[in-house]
Design a protein around this ligand. Structure first.
Ligand code: HXC
Length: 258
């Protein structure tokens, strides 16, 4: 897969998607977001790939949506094109687990892109922020909604209204990221986490992803019912038989996604 703004590599069963616009600190433009949707659709359809890591450079995961591209736009054009609407829908269609590996700046749309992933591992130099207010706009691809769910109303309001950045330590303390690792080890740690996921039954992994994401979309009662039914459904799989037999026989399971 050759892209203008992304580098996609597959190592064993894990895909690494690297944002590659160093001249603009990986700012998200229409080309990048279209390519991201295309890359994720291809990786989702590729049977060799069992988990995906998205990363940027050491200095920037992504410094936001591309301000140059947006600066001349007007309401009618943005509205008619449903600017970034398709791109985010395409991103969220990915059924395989997606990890954001964030080093440096994850600002505005960059922070929002990281939050669209299933979880975030960050480097100790990471800086998260929603500084759109400094540009006379607000977040546009989930920042007001997702950041609030991650870190609570008070901190989300603080971030969006003051435009201040959150460092890695605060991000972990607030529940925005799952782990902080040394900057030099970020990609290897994220790839190791993805490899660990790749060893599991893909059926279980997809169910976990759907069920956890549903907790943001529905009531507790409906979410619990969805989880219970999916739990029941996994007993129809060969992987459930294999996983439990392997435990009882004190050996490693050989999952076949069946
Ligand atoms: C376009 C960007 C950019 C952006 C950086 N660059 N961020 N270009 N869009 N979001 C470009 C700079 O113009 C510059 O290009 C080069 O990248 C290096 O950036 P510098 O500013 O020189 O680097 P530095 O001094 O280290 O400062 C880093 C920074 C700063 C703190 C991250 O670049 C910054 O504040 N960027 C903007 C952050 C931001 O406001 N993000 C929110 C965007 S709005 P040249 O050509 O001058 O070398 C958004 C809306 C989301 O995300 C809604 C989605 C629809």
């Amino acid at each position: 897969m050759a892209y203008q703004t992304l580098i996609v590599e597959i190592e064993d069963n894990v895909a690494l998607v690297r944002l590659n616009r160093p001249e603009a600190l990986n700012a998200l433009n229409s080309v990048l977001l279209t390519e991201m949707g295309d890359a994720l659709a291809n990786l989702d359809a590729n049977d060799k790939v069992r988990a995906i890591v998205i990363t940027g450079s050491e200095k920037a995961f992504a410094a936001g949506a591309d301000i140059k591209e947006m600066s001349e736009k007007g309401f009618v054009g943005m509205f008619k094109a449903d600017f970034f609407g398709d791109a985010t829908e395409n991103f969220l269609r990915t059924r395989k687990p997606v990890i954001a590996a964030v080093s440096g700046y994850a600002l505005g749309g960059g922070c929002e892109l990281a939050m669209m992933c299933d979880f975030i591992i960050c480097a100790d130099n990471a800086k998260f922020g929603q500084p759109e207010i400094n540009l006379g706009i607000c977040a546009g691809i989930g920042g007001t909604q997702r950041l609030t769910r991650f870190v609570g109303k008070s901190k989300a309001m603080d971030m969006h209204l003051t435009g201040r950045f959150m460092d890695a330590e605060e991000a972990e303390r607030s529940g925005l990221v799952s782990r902080v690792v040394p900057t030099a080890k970020l990609v290897s740690e994220a790839m190791a986490a993805a490899s660990k996921i790749a060893e599991k039954s893909q059926l279980s992994a997809m169910v976990v992803k759907e069920a956890v994401n549903r907790s943001y979309e529905t009531t507790l009662r409906e979410g619990l019912l969805f989880e219970k039914r999916m739990f029941h459904a996994l007993f129809a799989t060969e992987d459930q038989k294999e996983g439990m037999a392997a435990f009882l026989e004190k050996r490693e399971p050989q999952f076949r996604d069946k």
